[in-house]
Design a protein around this ligand. Structure first.
Ligand SMILES: Cc1cc2nc3c(=O)[nH]c(=O)nc-3n(C[C@H](O)[C@H](O)[C@H](O)COP(=O)(O)OP(=O)(O)OC[C@H]3O[C@@H](n4cnc5c(N)ncnc54)[C@H](O)[C@@H]3O)c2cc1C
Length: 306
């Protein structure tokens, strides 16, 4: 059976692993230049910074089995924040090392943006066509809605209710390379009621040879400033954390606008099949959300198809 998966983030890779192991003909298509989606690590000159997901929880037995394997292969490691009791996990060379490892044994085609679905055929921006028996779409729901519209697929009333129920918070992220380490008490600081909600020290996380920090703006601040000049916003965010990162130790910085960061409102089930179609929707908008939820969503959707 030919199964196409749109999106090589944690959800798509999780689903692809299971279906590939079962002997299906699986192709994962991603519009990006690399895999991982929001589990993203950016290289700035010779320094590195996680700029999407920062760390993740491991609670379910299914995810635990995978992460234990990745820890024993030195791809993931335990991590603890001074402000949090529970152990979390990170990628040893950045969050992106995890999806990269998962993708090694899978048939992933990059730079393939899916633009339309007609019957059982997909078309990509590059002009390629792919036939499928089953389709799993793992991209953020607003992008699913756009894809369905461009494909002249009218969702049923029930489909529409599910699509409309899923909402994401935006996040403006700033990554800065520093002249010297921060001296933070642990690898990250959570702030409250401020423009910046989170500062990560990527050097302390052990993912970069040169000191870098990642700042995430709060959801409210990000929503209010999403369409503003990002250079101005970046400067404002860095100034607001001057007490933790003196401006004169910043060598260079970059800013990124995430329109969809965390899924604030999710559908209660781990995936959803569009009515009367062989199209499954999965992702962090389904189930528990976050990296672990994305893994479980992909896992459950794949299990339902196989
Ligand atoms: C700033 C930020 C901070 C976060 N912090 C945390 C955290 O600390 N802990 C945590 O657990 N989670 C965190 N998250 C959330 C976590 O990253 C996501 O829940 C998870 O990675 C979602 O995975 P996914 O596979 O469902 O989606 P994605 O990772 O978004 O993957 C979807 C993929 O689809 C591709 N795509 C989109 N449209 C198309 C198309 N038309 N054709 C082909 N490909 C397409 C994209 O390129 C992308 O690779 C954070 C996210 C962000 C952005």
């Amino acid at each position: 059976m030919r199964i196409i998966i749109i999106g090589a983030g944690m959800t798509g890779l999780s689903a692809a692993r299971i279906l590939t192991q079962q002997g299906h003909d699986v192709i994962v298509l991603d519009k990006g230049r690399g895999v991982g989606g929001r589990m993203s690590t950016r290289t700035i000159e010779q320094a590195k910074a996680d700029h999407g997901a920062q760390y993740f929880s491991v609670k379910s037995p299914e995810f635990k089995a995978l992460i234990e394997e990745l820890v024993s292969n030195n791809v993931a490691k335990e991590w603890q924040l001074a402000q949090r009791e529970n152990i979390r996990y990170i990628g040893t060379k950045g969050m992106n090392s995890i999806p990269k490892k998962l993708a090694e044994s899978l048939n992933v085609k990059l730079n393939e943006k899916v633009v339309t679905i007609t019957g059982n055929t997909l078309k990509t921006e590059s002009g390629n066509s792919y036939d499928f028996n089953n389709l799993i779409i793992t991209i953020p729901i607003p992008q699913v809605i756009e894809l369905l519209q461009n494909s002249n697929i009218t969702p049923t009333e029930n489909d529409q209710a599910v699509l409309n129920s899923i909402k994401y918070d935006p996040c403006i992220a700033v990554m800065a390379v520093l002249k010297q380490p921060t001296g933070f008490p642990s690898g990250g600081i959570i702030l409250e009621n401020q423009p910046v909600a989170w500062i990560a020290d990527n050097f302390q996380k052990g993912i970069t040879p040169f000191p870098t920090v990642t700042l995430h703006a709060s959801a409210d601040y990000s929503r209010n400033r999403l369409e503003d000049d990002l250079q101005v916003v970046s400067k404002e965010m860095l100034t607001s954390v001057n007490q933790y990162i003196p401006t004169d130790i910043i060598l260079t910085s970059q800013v990124h606008r995430w329109r969809y960061s965390l899924a604030r409102k999710r559908h209660e089930s781990a995936f959803y099949q569009l009515e009367n179609r062989l199209i499954f929707l999965a992702g962090d908008g389904f189930g528990i959300g976050n990296v672990e939820g994305a893994f479980l969503s992909g896992y459950e959707a794949a299990t339902a198809i196989s």
